[in-house]
Design a protein around this ligand. Sequence first.
Ligand code: TYD
Ligand code: MG
Length: 455
Amino acid sequence: MAKIQTKYVCQSCGYSSPRWVGKCPNCSEWNTFVEEAPAPIRAVRKTGVPSTLEPVSLDTVEQEDVPRIRTTIQELDRVLGGGIVPGSLLLLGGDPGIGKSTLMMQAALALKDTVVLYVTGEESVRQIKLRAERLERTSTKHVLLLAETNLDLILDVIERGSPDVLVIDSIQTMFRPGLESAPGSVSQVRESTALLLRLAKTKGIPIFIIGHVTKEGMIAGPKVIEHMVDCVLQFEGEVHYSYRILRALKNRFGSTNEIGIFEMHDTGLREVQNASEVFLSERHAGFSGSTVVASMEGTRPILLEVQALVSTSNYGMPQRNSTGVDFRRLALLLAVLEKRVGLNLGQQDVFVNVAGGIRIEEPAVDLGIASSIVSSLRDVSVDASSVAVGEIGLGGEIRTVGHIDKRVQEAAKLGFKRFVLPKSNVRNLKQNGDIELIPVERIEQAIEALLGESK
Ligand code: TYD
Ligand code: MG
């Protein structure tokens, strides 16, 4: 009898090796190799029938406007690029307990005139019912539940009566009985996704796949399925805050810049549309170390509070810590402040935090971070009616930022009186009624405008 050849597959990246290894040579993860039986390879023979396949010219392809399915959850629709595209395969990833199942159930309930099949491999039908009841929705008839993990059986059910939308909760619990490896392993996840992809494309059913994030911060097997799906959504948030952010990491039918903001209540997720008001609601004006910045999240401006705390370090190695902003960006700004403004931060611990658990990636908030640090160091508060934006260059110059009109409008709308912005931005700004614009060219100048003359 021929010996069955097994191989060892890295559960993090899918790399395979004929023998077990401790550290993956491809992705450098430790202890990720699991023995798996290879999928049977059938001989592929070229058929004798001459193919009638013809390529078509791009010109002759008719464009059809596929209507998107709107979930009526605006924050979700926007991240999807205006609704669900029929026949698309979507992956929703996130930490356990962040609210993926809740979001999907809410979307299913909101899709009133469509039949949604919710397949769960993690919870019982009764548990799902309990959750749905908390969500307080009137119509629940159109949502069908199925507690099953065998994908072949699930496909049989779909053959018999096709739903309009399918939700798979979660891909790590699904398995194909033909494969020997355990559910959740790379080959099972890959095979199951490939099967769902075929289903989505042939039947035109949009399919949401829920995937867990492992402790390394990646959906198990994400690299092996991310390229197969049309859209990768990530649901994130800090455990101690009730805010949840939905981001599109990949979207074949829309932009990846948009975010959706939700708040978790005891009756499910609630959309947050007036984000600036919510994030500034706990601000206490008059404390040192706090600056309001106007950040862009996709096409939407959001006002946020950047806080800093600078205190004398008691140890030889002063600490630097950042939550919500990039750590390396903080290090760079501290160096610029030392060199260009002449601050002495070598013996100071510096902590920076964005209030509300939001993460900001754009450099336009540099000025806000810098002014909060200076404010805390000097113990002088930043003018409470001011908003600041500007990227800081290594020379201490304040550089142009994008979407200045929207940022200024948002600040004016929320009643702020002064707006500190890069001088180069003023040219292409249409005058905005009620807010005083303070153009600055250098960091020293900006800090003076925000903190006043006091040293
Ligand atoms: P869940 O959707 O089960 O998370 P996931 O599928 O991502 O693992 O939601 C988990 C958390 O959400 C749970 O800790 C309870 C909380 N929650 C609420 O606070 N309010 C609610 O209405 C619901 C349904 C859940
Ligand atoms: Mg869940």
